[in-house]
Write a protein that binds this ligand. Structure first.
Ligand SMILES: Cc1cc2nc3c(=O)[nH]c(=O)nc-3n(C[C@H](O)[C@H](O)[C@H](O)COP(=O)(O)OP(=O)(O)OC[C@H]3O[C@@H](n4cnc5c(N)ncnc54)[C@H](O)[C@@H]3O)c2cc1C
Length: 448
């Protein structure tokens, strides 16, 4: 195998591609390299709020669900840091985001296949191979297969698009620098987990003492994440298999219906927030009490000092006006393929909404040369379901991708378990559905 041509080039090194890299680290005959534009690994540093906790079990780490003996597991991280027994005694139902970020950074530091400060500028096809050119002008690389893991783009609501980015600030950038909102009217837009965490930060005086705080949410109330057992089955391989066989329209409806299984607020966060709000007038006598405004869509924002917000109350269908000096947009993220894929985008087949169509093994449907596969992670919310943008199935998805790349089922990816029959057809195992082609030589090598 030529060392000049990679078997797999990964674009982006967030947790999802990091997991693919961690599994591939055990397959030394696969020549893989991953590239990220950042100078070092960092997990959403702009949202590392003090006390923020993972919404997912620590066992859903980069590798354990696929390969529990893999040395890049969270448990091995604890052991290597001499924290295993102290961790057990802490009896934490959810670990801190800071600790999980530290674990991810520890894994990143152990993988020789990672290359930072390598922003990918463009991907083209050259002599039947992918050619990656870099933003900083480093030597281009060629690869037989790609794994695109560039994450999601912060969503700015249309009403806020014209605002300067520091006045309509997306929360993902909040902790990137010191900020002081003292004396300002602050409006938090968005009633999900990020909105709740930002509210807690404001109440704790993390960014000074604002003159007023308002929290707007489109949802009719500040609603909890559903973490109960049957709902958690949406985050299982068996459910993903049923989901991806459904008609497109049905899948869209289900993603909408399952919103609170992935985007609700952790009950612990809700409780802490409620208690802080209850105590606020006692702790801060004379200060205006934060105002909670559920059921409102931000309809229009006029820039100025202060800004003027026109909202529509979805409960009684009335328009209301508010003023704010600072907007904190906790408005989520959009899925989109990165601009570097633009040169080959016309060759990708999309669904009726123009979203890239994903095959069972997370490979894009495209008309490229035989044996050239583009895998994606975090692009399949509407093809594989709501688990796609969460950590829950990270290691399983990586195992599916690595199996497909290797051309055989190296990692077990089918599941036996509770007999919930999601679909009405004959139940099939995950393995039957996935149809891993035996020895398809995705890497152009015959030696597996
Ligand atoms: C604050 C926050 C908390 C979350 N907490 C949880 C949780 O508790 N549980 C859960 O299940 N999910 C959680 N999620 C959702 C999800 O797990 C994370 O968003 C996760 O980081 C997604 O991983 P990713 O690898 O797809 O993308 P990202 O982590 O966004 O990483 C993408 C990487 O691609 C790089 N990149 C982009 N373009 C290029 C390019 N052209 N060239 C090179 N590199 C590029 C970026 O620099 C970045 O490092 C959370 C999300 C957020 C925002």
């Amino acid at each position: 195998m030529s060392k000049d041509i990679l078997d797999l080039a990964g674009i982006g090194i967030g947790p999802f591609n990091l997991s693919v890299a961690a599994l591939l680290d055990q397959h030394q005959h696969v020549d893989a390299a991953f590239f990220d534009r950042k100078p070092r690994f960092d997990w959403h540093p702009g949202m590392q709020l003090p006390g923020a906790r993972l919404q997912t079990s620590f066992l859903k780490d980069l590798v354990t669900g696929a390969d529990p003996c893999n040395p890049h597991s969270f448990l091995n991280y604890l052991v290597q840091h001499r924290r295993f027994y102290p961790f057990l005694s802490a009896e934490m139902p959810a670990i801190s985001r800071r600790e999980f970020a530290d674990y991810l950074g520890w894994v990143a530091g152990r993988l020789p296949s990672l290359n930072f400060s390598h922003g990918v500028k463009s991907v083209t096809l050259e002599d039947g191979l992918f050619r990656l050119d870099f933003q900083a002008g480093q030597t281009p690389v060629h690869a037989r297969n790609l794994c695109v893991g560039t994450g999601m783009r912060p969503h700015i609501p249309p009403a806020c698009e014209a605002l300067p980015s520091d006045r309509g600030l997306h929360c993902i950038h909040l902790m990137e620098q010191d900020r002081d909102f003292s004396g300002q009217q602050v409006a938090v837009i968005g009633g999900g987990q990020s909105g709740a965490e930002v509210m807690l930060g404001l109440l704790d005086g993390l960014w000074g003492q604002p003159a007023g705080i308002r929290w707007f949410s489109r949802r009719p109330n500040f609603e909890p994440l559903d973490e109960t057992p049957f709902t958690n089955l949406y985050f299982s391989p068996g459910y993903v298999d049923t989901f991806r066989h459904l008609p497109e329209q049905r899948r869209r409806e289900l993603v909408h219906y399952q919103k609170l299984a992935s985007d609700g607020i952790s009950p612990d966060t809700l409780r802490a927030l409620y208690q802080r709000l209850y105590e606020y007038p006692l702790e801060h006598p004379g200060r205006p009490v934060p105002e909670l405004l559920p059921g409102r869509s931000v309809y229009a924002v006029t820039d100025g000092s202060p800004m003027n917000l026109l909202t529509r109350n979805r409960v009684d269908d009335q328009f209301e006006e508010f003023q704010a000096d600072q907007l904190l947009l906790c408005t989520g993220f959009d899925h989109s393929l990165p601009p570097c894929l633009e040169p080959i985008k016309s060759r990708l087949r999309g669904d009726s909404n123009g979203r890239p169509r994903l095959q069972p093994s997370f490979n894009l449907d495209w008309d490229g040369p035989d044996g050239r596969t583009i895998y994606t992670v975090n692009q399949g919310r509407f093809s594989h379901g709501i688990a796609e943008s969460q950590l829950s199935l990270t290691s399983w998805r990586s195992a599916v991708i690595v199996n497909h790349l290797l051309g055989h089922e190296h990692y077990p990816v089918s599941e036996e378990g509770l007999s919930v029959r999601w679909g009405s057809g004959t139940p099939q195992t995950t393995a039957q559905n996935r149809q891993v082609p035996r020895r398809t030589a995705q890497m152009g090598i015959e030696s597996f």
